[in-house]
Design a protein around this ligand. Sequence first.
Ligand SMILES: Cc1ncc(COP(=O)(O)O)c(C=O)c1O
Length: 392
Amino acid sequence: MPNANKAQAGRHFLQIPGPTNVPDRVLRAMDRAMMDHRSADFGALTLRIMPRLQQIFDCAATVAMFPGSGHGAWEAAMSNTLNRGDKVLAFDNGQFAVSWNNVARSLGVEVELIPSDWRQPVDAAAAAARLAADANHDIKAVMVVHNETSTGVRNDIPVIRAAIDAANHPALFLVDAVSSLASMEYHHDKWGVDVTVCGSQKGLMLPPGIGFNAISDKALAASEKADMGRFQYDWKPVLTMSKGGYFPYTPPIALLYGLDEALDILLDEGLTNVYVRHTRLAEATRRAVRGWGLELYCADDAATSDTVTGILMPDGHSGDAFRRAALDNYNLSLGSGLGPLADKIFRIGHLGDLNELMLMGSLCGVEMALGDAGVPHQKGGVGAALAFLGEG
Ligand SMILES: Cc1ncc(COP(=O)(O)O)c(C=O)c1O
């Protein structure tokens, strides 16, 4: 019987793919008075953060931090490296890829698309062929979303890097790691990425509000010549001021207190353990989906995301009505379908500060809400996830 008590005692289950649950330790770290952002103490805080942040991106150079969201970090990546009228090669393999392409167009960048099947990873071979044909090097950058949050499909960044190298093409490689960083394996330097874009509200377990760019030497050199207008997101003053631990404007102080703590949590667990935990929780989720007899939106088993799972609604059933039942009856928030997938899929976010019991509680809520919403399914999903986790 669904819960008739809308007051809903107990905790809310936030199972969307970001913003994610903020650990109590991080909440407490942020619950502090403001400090003078030009003081020695503030400089020391940022200087303490930077080397650990570099470990998360796996990069040797300073990471640019901005007050802003992932959209701001997208804009920063392009406005610092490109000129108006430049051409970029991109994919349209999900709603976040589409949105990033739209940001590029709004900055005056010409976007050449490699058409994509949203249920599959992007076609690196098609990119290699297009780059090989670009003898004049008109294409200035290749843009790809590592983990497409709208679909639950993971793209293979080293394979796309290899495609650029195979064509011997000088294009910059811009990668969105907004919903993969600090949850799924990621290496800015080793993977030959020129700009990695991220935000604070997913694997870093913070509220939204900090945008990040990890920057290669090649991207930094491009920024010296890029004449696209920029101000807040200009790397130069940010990187110059960050040498002393400062910002060229008032920084998001509370979020930086939180970041300091979140980095300790992540590095105490160990990045490899963080990745293994996410893989395990994702696999349990996929077992549950198959146990319910529902279909994963990602059609390539080798490309399933470890941070978010997209699930197709059976024909004639509304994803939004089902999600409403989960929220109303069990205080469980699930991700909606975005863009053309609105109402057609729902998404379970399984990233950030999450453990097995939190995931199992959420999967129980999904199974119960499927019943409440009259969505045809089998009852074995929770059992299948449990059996997988019980294997050790
Ligand atoms: C992959 C990806 N890129 C970019 C964004 C945009 O980030 P924001 O909403 O912080 O602007 C998101 C947001 O969910 C995302 O998942």
